[in-house]
Design a protein around this ligand. Structure first.
Ligand code: 5GP
Ligand code: ZN
Length: 113
């Protein structure tokens, strides 16, 4: 998707502070952090939202989920963290390229706002 900001980040057109990268996924610091540690984890493949994930994406999504603990450890989140996906309008998703927020180093509240 040529006009997608996260596709541009994934292909290096827009520079970010990278935390983890491999051939399928990228993790980088959020530009507007909502916690002392706030990174995003994205597939390099353009998938708009969680609603658009298919069976074919199963391994990719599993790969992201399996990397979460490694990224959390790398960032020193040894007292827990929150992993969030905002989906669609009610989920307040602002960037329509699938991503997971990993937030930590502060005590979260529940329910979320
Ligand atoms: P959403 O609201 O879609 O769940 O989350 C989008 C996130 O992407 C927001 O937390 C926002 O701060 C972050 N973001 C948007 N544009 C950029 C950017 O160009 N660089 C970085 N590092 N983060 C971005
Ligand atoms: Zn995209």
């Amino acid at each position: 998707m040529s006009d997608c900001i996260f596709c541009k980040i994934a292909n290096g057109e827009i520079p970010v502070n990278v935390v983890y990268e491999d051939d399928r996924i990228l993790s980088f610091h959020d530009a507007d952090p909502q916690a002392p540690v706030h990174v995003l984890i994205i597939p390099k493949k353009h998938i708009p939202t969680m609603d658009d994930v298919t069976e074919e994406d199963g391994e990719l999504i599993a790969h992201i989920m399996l990397k979460v603990k490694d990224i959390a450890k790398e960032l020193g989140l040894n007292n827990g963290y929150r992993l969030v996906n905002n989906c669609g309008e009610d989920g307040f998703q602002t960037v329509k390229h699938l991503h997971f927020h990993l937030l930590g180093k502060r005590r979260m509240t529940w329910p979320p706002g």
